[in-house]
Design a binder for this molecule. Structure first.
Ligand SMILES: NC(=O)C1=CN([C@@H]2O[C@H](COP(=O)(O)OP(=O)(O)OC[C@H]3O[C@@H](n4cnc5c(N)ncnc54)[C@H](O)[C@@H]3O)[C@@H](O)[C@H]2O)C=CC1
Ligand SMILES: O=C(O)[C@H]1O[C@H](OP(=O)(O)OP(=O)(O)OC[C@H]2O[C@@H](n3ccc(=O)[nH]c3=O)[C@H](O)[C@@H]2O)[C@H](O)[C@@H](O)[C@@H]1O
Length: 452
C-alpha cells in the first residue's frame, strides 16, 4: 500500500488528503499551523466545505488519515508527497513561492529513499523543473531519487469534496515513468471511473492550470462588460448569456454576470500569468484586459448604487445592508471577495454599512481589521436590513431565498434592492416591495409583466 504525504492543509491539501484516505491510502497531512493541526486531530475541519468534516472524521476513525506538524515524519513515512501550500500574489503580481520552497527544502533535508514529489499548488511555469534541479543536486552522492511531477488541482471551493471525488480531468505533467506510475496508482479510482487523463511535460501541465483559470476569468469579464452595456441599451444579459450558451462552442458556463470575480485564485493567477508573460517578453493583452475589466466592474457597482440612492446628491446619511461577504456561496473564504471593494467604495463615499454573511463574518472580522469599527456586523438578514436605505446582495447564498420581502421592506427606511448576482431576477414577489436593480438589465424599468 502506498503511503501518501500532503504538505499544506488548506482548501486543496486537506480535501485531497481526506479524499485519498477515503480510497484506503494511508495519508499523513502536515502543516506548520499548530492550531490547525490540533483542531484536525480532534476531528474538526478548520474550513467550511460541504462534506469535508464527515470525510475527515471517517479517515481518522479508520486510521487512514493522520495530521502532524512534523516535516521529517511526513517526508520519511511517505512514498509520494503532494505539495499543497499557498502561492499567493506578491505586490508586483508575481507568485510568491516562499512556502513552496520551504517545503521543498524540508523534503531535500529529510529525504530517505526514492520519492515522487508532486506539485498540486498552482506554480508558474518552470517551478517544477527548478524543484527537480534543486532536489537532484541535494541527492547527488546518495542512492536516492526524487521523481518530480506537476498535477494541478481544478477543484472549486464550495464543491471541493465532490470535485475531488469526480474531477473533470486529471492532468499529469512528468518526464519520469516512476512518477507517472505512482500517480496512476494514486488515481486508480479515477481511471476506473473513466475520468479523462492527460499526460504531458512539466511545463505544459503548469501552464494548463494558469490557462484554465485565466480563460474562465476572461469569460466572466467579457460577460460583465456586456452586462454594463446591456443596462444602457435595454438588452437583458441573462438572455444574452443563454443565447450565446446555446452554441456548444461557447457553452453556457461561466457567463453569469455579477459584481466581478473574486477568490483566492482568479485574481492571483491572472496576475501571475501576466507576470510570466512579461518575464518572457510576451505581453498577455487579453488577460490584462480581463483584470482591468474586473476592477472596473467593482467600481461600476459602487457608482450604480450611488446613482440610484443618492436622491439628495450624496451617499452620506444613507445606510446600506450588505448580504454576503464571501466571494461565492458555500465557502467561508473572503479572499479577494468583491464585497470588500464595494464596502470600501461605499464607506469612501460616506455611507454607513451593515453586513451579514452566513459564513464569512468571523473571517472578515479577523482579516479585514481596517474595516473594524467602520462596519456593523449583524446576526441575520433581517437585522442587517433594519433601518437601511438599500440591500446589496453580494453572494448568492441559498438561504436568502427564504426571507420575507414584506418583513424586510417594512423594517427599512427605503426599499431598494441591488441584486449583484441576479439571484431574484425572475422573482415577481420582490418587485412588489422593492425597487429592484439586477446586473445587466434595465431595471427598474424592467416591469413586473416583463418579468413574468
Ligand atoms: N483554494 C482553491 O480552491 C484552489 C487552490 N489551488 C492552489 O492550491 C494551492 C493551495 O491553495 P489553498 O489550499 O487555497 O491554500 P491555503 O492558504 O488554504 O492553505 C495553504 C496551507 O499551507 C500551509 N503552509 C504554509 N507553509 C507551509 C509549510 N512550509 N509546510 C507545510 N504547510 C505550510 C498553511 O499553513 C496553510 O494551511 C495554491 O497554489 C492555490 O493556487 C488550486 C486549485 C483550487
Ligand atoms: O484554482 C482555483 O483555485 C480554482 O478557481 C476557480 O474556483 P473557485 O475560485 O473556487 O470559484 P469559481 O466558482 O470559479 O468562482 C470564482 C469567482 O468567479 C465568480 N463567477 C463565476 C462564474 C460566473 O459565471 N460568474 C462569476 O462572477 C464567482 O462568483 C467567484 O467570485 C475555478 O473554477 C477552479 O476550477 C479552480 O481550481
Amino acid at each position: 500500500m502506498v503511503n501518501v504525504g500532503v504538505m499544506g492543509t488548506g482548501y486543496v491539501g486537506l480535501v485531497h488528503g481526506a479524499v485519498l484516505s477515503s480510497y484506503g491510502f494511508r495519508v499523513t497531512c502536515m502543516d506548520v499551523d499548530e492550531h490547525k493541526i490540533e483542531r484536525l486531530n480532534q476531528g474538526f475541519s478548520p474550513i467550511y466545505e460541504p462534506g469535508l468534516e464527515e470525510l475527515l472524521q471517517s479517515g481518522i476513525r479508520k486510521g487512514t488519515l493522520t495530521f502532524t506538524t512534523n516535516a521529517q515524519q511526513v517526508v520519511q513515512s511517505s512514498d509520494v508527497l503532494f505539495i499543497a501550500v499557498g502561492t499567493p500574489a506578491k505586490e508586483d503580481g508575481s507568485a510568491d513561492l516562499t512556502y513552496v520552497w520551504e517545503v521543498v527544502q524540508q523534503i531535500g533535508k529529510y529525504i530517505n529513499g526514492n520519492k515522487v514529489i508532486v506539485s498540486k499548488s498552482t506554480m508558474p511555469v518552470g517551478t517544477s523543473r527548478n524543484i527537480e534541479g534543486y532536489l537532484g543536486n541535494m541527492l547527488k552522492g546518495t542512492p536516492y531519487q526524487a521523481h518530480v511531477a506537476s498535477n494541478p488541482e481544478f477543484l472549486r471551493q464550495g464543491k471541493a469534496v465532490s470535485d475531488s471525488l469526480s474531477p473533470s480531468r486529471v492532468v499529469i505533467g512528468a518526464d519520469s515513468e516512476e512518477a507517472v506510475q505512482m500517480l496512476k496508482t494514486v488515481y486508480a479510482t479515477h481511471l476506473e471511473q473513466d475520468v479523462p487523463f492527460l499526460f504531458t511535460n512539466l511545463e505544459t501541465s503548469e501552464m494548463i492550470k494558469y490557462a484554465s483559470n485565466s480563460f474562465l476569468a476572461v469569460k466572466i469579464s467579457f460577460i460583465n462588460e456586456l452586462a454594463l452595456l446591456s443596462e444602457k441599451v435595454g438588452a437583458r444579459i441573462q438572455d444574452i448569456a443563454t443565447g450565446m450558451g446555446m452554441d456548444d462552442r461557447i457553452s453556457p458556463h461561466f457567463l453569469q454576470a455579477g459584481p466581478g470575480y473574486g477568490g483566492s485564485c482568479f485574481p492571483k493567477d491572472t496576475q501571475a500569468i501576466v507576470d510570466v508573460g512579461r518575464k518572457n517578453g510576451e505581453e498577455l493583452y487579453v488577460v490584462r484586459a480581463a483584470i482591468a475589466a474586473n476592477e472596473k466592474q467593482k467600481s461600476k457597482m459602487v457608482s450604480k448604487i450611488e446613482e440610484a440612492i443618492s436622491f439628495d446628491g450624496t451617499l452620506k446619511g444613507k445606510t446600506i445592508a450588505i448580504w454576503g461577504l464571501t466571494f461565492k456561496p458555500d465557502t467561508d473564504d473572503i479572499r479577494y471577495a468583491p464585497s470588500y471593494d464595494i464596502i470600501q467604495g461605499l464607506l469612501g463615499k460616506g455611507a454607513a454599512v451593515k453586513v451579514y454573511c452566513p459564513q464569512g463574518m468571523k473571517q472578515a472580522a479577523r482579516d479585514w481589521p481596517e474595516l473594524s469599527g467602520r462596519i456593523q456586523y449583524c446576526g441575520n438578514e433581517a437585522e442587517c436590513a433594519q433601518q437601511a436605505d438599500a440591500i446589496v446582495l453580494m453572494t448568492e447564498w441559498e438561504q436568502f431565498r427564504g426571507v420575507s420581502w414584506e418583513r424586510m421592506a417594512r423594517s427599512m427606511r427605503r426599499n431598494v434592492f441591488f441584486d449583484m448576482r441576479n439571484m431574484f431576477a425572475g422573482d415577481i414577489a420582490i418587485r412588489n416591495w422593492f425597487q429592484y436593480y439586477p446586473v445587466g438589465s434595465m431595471e427598474h424599468g424592467y416591469s413586473l409583466r416583463e418579468a413574468q
